[in-house]
Design a binder for this molecule. Structure first.
Ligand code: BES
Ligand code: ZN
Length: 631
């Protein structure tokens, strides 16, 4: 009955699903939301092998052991399936998984095949259903699974225990979970995870009770995500970590050695959640916790539900980089509640989130900081478009390909400025009401560019003429930057821009530097002349203390500038930075700058990378490998 409804695109939710509790081996009745699958051509994900219109996963129950010695996660995954009555098989995504056995709910073996693998995409895992609507897959991950980074004790702050974390976005989770790994195929999930004592385990689901002591030196942790999520949002971390609350429903996990600094940096989180709720409606996920990971985490942050993952490199001591927290929190609406059906529409996640982030920052930290951060975002659009061309096809928000080539400027910043432009044109009141209903009406569902466009026509603009005036179609579907863009207030950086002009004209180094905001310092370093002599760099560093800054964003810009000018004194510090930090946004450009410096930089890059590569997550490694392979 609900099978038929579900496969129709119009149906939203069906309830009443039976699942097997993997631990007790007894069927438990679960009332689950089932999200629809979009079937329009623009919503078909070419990065998955799944054929969800034939058979789809609705729930995943993991029962897994973490093996730090073998660097493997292994055990079982029980999948609940919805399928057409005549469906013969289900296709899952897998990448490097070793599948030992597949059985149905009664324990009967089901035949399966693993098809040919494609780089990055992995291989289809096709299972004959023989009428089954529940599957148990016995499997384990490969030691080099791309989603997972296994850290030795030496790679942690504490130095005593190993550590594990995962990164699922975009299509990495198929290296440790055999399921349909597509953002448009939402699934509820639960997990039982065992880990050696005294490690703690966290996941992007709500922890159930206290860990169970298994008496064999291990403990079992249980988690539940009862809301359907895209599977890239299933995440795990395990290590010697402690927790500290920042409010009644918010808190932070980190290694004991990092916890105080982490706590101090995110102590505003409860206010950020309140601000977000005032803007666009209730926070629907229960708790909002964060984990500050070891520095090899390849991103600034990742919006894993109920457990945002954060790099420790955002800690500056003054909360100046915690637009990052606002950003990952905002994804609880844009991205996690309403999700791009395909990665080519990634701006629906990242652009909407960048806009929302800025609104949170404005509410909590004030207009001036928000406007400065928006101005940096705008400058990134212009810099990128100047470089790639205003008619480069990849500069449209909606992309048919994987849309990753142009970096963050389009999905994040152009997406941000699209919403800002519309907001300025129609007024905040109308705009906010529209965005709130967008989240409400598409909650726990996938979305496409065409859908948000249609929704703006239906629920925001009052006439086709207004839509035309707003250039909605041009903004979403055409390259470049529409002429009606709501530019940042030039007053945001008036002081800095004057200082840049003075410095460029006659080398005058600004005097108020230490009182400047982090955004102001970044603006200055972004805009001063790129070609500098060693003497000029030394003078700048002496006067501003750049190499001693506690802000890694500022330090990164200094190192980038210095290396681009073959400034030898910066090399040792760059080497320390690159060996301690694995965040791709910092690591890749620094190696790129060295690489660009041919006979001077390439030997340095090769020497440093030979030492640091093993410490990086697969995401960061892949980026640097690619760069050094090309000429
Ligand atoms: N979801 C992204 C991280 C991501 C993007 C992972 C693409 C995999 C593929 C996350 O929300 C993000 O945008 N992080 C930024 C934060 C910044 C914009 C404040 C980052 O890591 O720098
Ligand atoms: Zn994001």
């Amino acid at each position: 009955m609900f099978r038929a409804t579900l496969l129709a695109t119009a149906a939203l939710f069906a309830s009443g699903c039976t699942t097997m509790d993997s631990a007790q081996e007894a069927p438990v009745e679960r009332s689950a939301m089932v999200s629809p699958i979009l079937t329009t051509p623009d919503a078909v994900d070419d990065q998955t092998y799944a054929q969800p219109q034939v058979a789809r996963v609705t729930h995943v129950a993991l029962d897994l052991d973490l093996d730090f010695d073998a660097k493997m996660i292994g055990g079982g995954a029980v999948l609940d399936i919805l399928a057409k009555d005549d469906a013969k098989q289900i296709v899952l995504d897998s990448n490097g998984l070793r599948i030992d056995r597949v059985t149905d709910g009664q324990g009967n073996s089901l035949p399966f095949t693993i098809g040919e693998a494609e780089e990055g995409k992995g291989a289809p895992l096709t299972i004959q259903l023989n009428g089954a609507r529940q599957l148990r897959i016995a499997y384990r991950s490969a030691p080099d699974a791309d989603a997972l980074q296994w850290l030795t004790p030496e790679q942690t702050a504490g130095g005593k225990y190993p550590y594990l974390f995962s990164q699922g976005q975009a299509i990495l989770n198929r290296t440790w979970i055999p399921t349909q790994d597509s953002p448009g195929i939402r699934q509820t999930w639960e997990a039982r995870i065992t880990a050696p004592k005294p490690l703690d385990v966290v996941m992007s689901g709500v922890r159930q009770g206290e860990p169970e002591d298994l008496g064999n030196g291990r403990r079992a942790f249980r988690f539940v995500m009862d809301k359907p999520v895209p599977p890239y949002l299933i995440a795990i971390a395990a290590g010697d970590i402690d927790f500290r609350a920042t409010g009644p429903r918010t808190g932070v996990w980190a290694e004991p050695a990092t916890l105080d600094r982490a706590y101090n940096e995110v102590a505003d989180t409860e206010q950020l959640v309140e601000a977000a709720e005032e803007l666009y409606g209730d926070y629907r996920w229960g708790r909002y916790d964060m984990i500050v990971l070891p520095p090899s985490f390849p991103y600034g942050g990742m919006e894993n539900p109920v457990m945002t993952f954060l790099t420790p490199t955002f800690i500056a001591g003054d909360r100046s980089n915690n637009g990052l927290v606002a950003h990952e929190l905002a994804h609880s609406w844009s991205g996690n509640l309403v999700t791009n059906a395909v990665w080519g529409d990634g701006w629906l996640n990242e652009g909407v989130t960048s806009y929302f982030e800025n609104r949170i920052v404005e509410k909590v930290y004030g207009k001036s900081r928000a406007e400065q951060e928006a101005a940096l975002s705008y400058a990134n659009i212009i810099e990128t478009l100047d470089e790639v061309g205003y008619d480069a096809p990849g500069t449209a928000l909606h992309n048919e390909g994987d849309g990753e080539l142009i970096g963050s400027a389009i999905a994040y910043d152009k997406g941000h400025f699209f919403l800002r432009t519309v907001e300025r044109a129609v007024g905040r009141e109308r705009f906010d009401a529209w965005l709130r209903q967008w989240f409400d009406n598409h909650a726990f569902q996938p979305a496409t560019s065409q859908m948000i466009y249609d929704d703006m026509l239906a629920n925001l603009v009052t006439s086709p003429a207004e839509a035309k005036q707003l250039k909605l179609r041009e903004w979403i579907f055409e390259p470049g930057l529409p002429g009606n863009v709501a530019k940042p207030d030039p007053a945001a950086f008036a002081t800095v821009d004057t200082a840049v002009t003075a410095y460029a004209a006659n080398g005058t180094i600004p005097t108020g530097w230490s009182g400047w905001t982090a955004a102001e310092q970044m603006r200055f370093l972004d805009n001063i002349p790129k070609e500098r002599t060693a003497a000029q760099l030394a003078a700048l560093n002496d006067a501003l203390g750049l190499s001693e800054t506690g802000n890694n964003e500022v330090l990164f810009l200094w190192l980038e500038l210095a290396l681009a000018n073959r400034y030898e004194p910066a090399v040792p510090q760059a080497e320390v930075f690159l060996s301690e930090i694995g965040r791709a946004k910092f690591v890749r450009p620094l190696f790129a700058v060295l690489w660009d410096q041919g006979d001077w930089g390439r030997p340095i890059a090769k020497r440093i990378y030979a030492e640091t590569r093993d410490g990086y997550h697969a995401v960061t490694r892949a980026g640097v490998d690619r760069l050094m392979a090309a000429d």
